[in-house]
Write a protein that binds this ligand. Structure first.
Ligand SMILES: Nc1ncnc2c1ncn2[C@@H]1O[C@H](COP(=O)(O)OP(=O)(O)O)[C@@H](O)[C@H]1O
Ligand SMILES: O=C(OP(=O)(O)O)[C@H](O)COP(=O)(O)O
Length: 397
């Protein structure tokens, strides 16, 4: 794979559109983890240093094609400015008057951030023509394009896939660095190779399992992913996160794992809470006996031990998705246990995903205890599947 890099672009005095992944967790307007903003800084700084007019674009959450102040990137513009040590002009729209005016006012070495790309229906449209029309408006704002939003390279979205077809382009430093590390996981993988999956984007991430079963020795499933498996085995999961329409698919994974000899490990106990709240009353119960009026918000103590045992002799580990609702202290123990097992191991360990990386930091665990912390969860998983990712393919052309 060969991608042009920043060194291949002559950016001085030119408007450069940078697609970053600034999808950070927010509590109201407060950024609770700025890891992805920090990860985006080096590329932006390089462009600033080389005298470019830098136009940053990104998404936040899933506003589904409509402006929604809850998902505004405004707080991110402020934080990005603090990290860069210079003002970041914030455009109140994506390709409208505010965006055009903010871009036109940029001097060499200055930075503007556009409002959330996903306010525009064209960004995520499945219709090539609709996406193309929006991409043309975005491309109109700049003369060059830099793809640096690794966490979104698995999305066939206008800003990721279509714009680089319209402008001279290069990969930013973050994308180059992420691909370099993840490639190590796909070539001469040392075994046992263990993947740990959790989190809440269940329907997205169930999709990668069929392919992972052909590559891994063990697959540990926790977090919100686990309940669809438990239900598929015929167990009650109460109000736990569930992907009802994928139960048949999951039964297929269970059969395939058995047939291939892949050790597919599910929770044996969970913390079952009466409601989804930080102070919810809860008990550790057998995973096969979740009361109908409870929901599973973390893996239980026996599962933490089981997962640690399954990780102890691993030589390669990829982990995406928290084991529970780590944002609530009472339900962060499972995530901590898996993180600590990775830190204790001498395997090549990669953690991927916005929330997984945020969890490591929130729990006060040493980031250098892992071989790599990736900004992308879904993106890393699809890369590990061996898939061609739209955002990387577009940068190669
Ligand atoms: N059992 C559970 N029930 C509900 N949500 C869960 C559960 N376990 C984990 N989560 C949630 O999953 C979210 C992260 O999922 P996801 O976005 O898939 O991870 P990442 O960003 O690391 O890829 C967190 O906000 C966490 O609270
Ligand atoms: O948070 C992200 O992915 P991740 O949760 O898989 O790490 C990326 O910003 C992509 O977001 P999306 O999954 O809403 O397309």
């Amino acid at each position: 794979m060969s991608m042009r890099t920043l060194d291949d672009l002559d950016v001085k005095g030119r408007r450069v559109l940078v697609r970053a992944d600034l999808n950070v967790p927010l509590d109201g307007e407060t950024i609770t983890d700025d890891g992805r903003i920090r990860a985006s800084v080096p590329t932006i700084k390089t462009l600033v240093g080389r005298g470019a007019k830098v136009v940053v674009c990104a998404h936040l959450g899933r506003p589904k094609g409509k402006a929604d102040p809850k998902y505004s990137l405004k707080p991110v513009a402020t934080r990005l400015g603090e990290l860069l040590g210079q003002d970041v002009a914030f455009a109140a729209d994506v390709v409208g008057d505010s965006a055009r005016e903010s871009v036109a006012a940029l001097q060499d070495g200055e930075v503007a951030l556009l409002e959330n790309l996903r306010y525009e229906p064209g960004e995520e449209s499945k219709d090539d023509a609709v996406r193309g029309e929006f991409a043309a408006k975005l491309a109109d704002l700049a003369e060059l394009y830099v793809g640096d939003g690794f966490g979104a390279v698995h999305r066939k979205h206008a800003s990721v896939y279509d714009v680089p077809k319209l402008l001279p382009h290069a990969a930013g430093g973050l994308v180059v660095a992420e691909v370099e590390v993840l490639r190590k996981l796909t070539e001469d993988t040392e075994r046992p190779y263990v993947v740990v999956l959790g989190g809440a984007k269940v329907s997205d991430k169930l999709g990668v399992i069929a392919n992972l079963l052909t590559k891994v020795d063990r697959l540990l499933i926790g977090g919100g992913m686990a309940y669809t498996f438990l239900k598929a085995q015929g167990h009650e999961v109460g109000g736990s996160l569930l992907q009802e329409d994928q139960l048949d698919q999951v039964r297929g994974f269970l059969a395939e794992a058995a047939q291939r000899g892949v050790d597919l490990v599910l929770p044996v106990d969970v913390l079952a809470a009466v409601t989804f709240a930080a102070d919810a009353e809860h008990d550790a119960v057998e995973a096969t006996a979740i009361p109908a009026d409870r929901e599973g918000l973390d893996i239980g103590p026996k599962t933490r031990e089981l997962f640690a045992t399954k990780l102890a002799d691993a030589k390669t580990v990829f982990w995406n998705g928290p084991m529970g609702v780590f944002e609530f202290d009472a339900f962060s123990g499972g995530t901590r246990a898996v993180a600590e097992a990775l830190i204790a191991s001498d395997a090549f360990t990669v953690v991927g995903g916005g929330d997984s990386a945020a969890a490591v930091r929130k729990l006060g665990l040493p980031e250098d205890g892992f071989s790599h912390i990736s900004t992308g969860g879904g993106a890393s998983l699809e890369y590990l599947e061996g898939k061609t990712l739209p955002g990387l393919a577009a940068l190669e052309d």
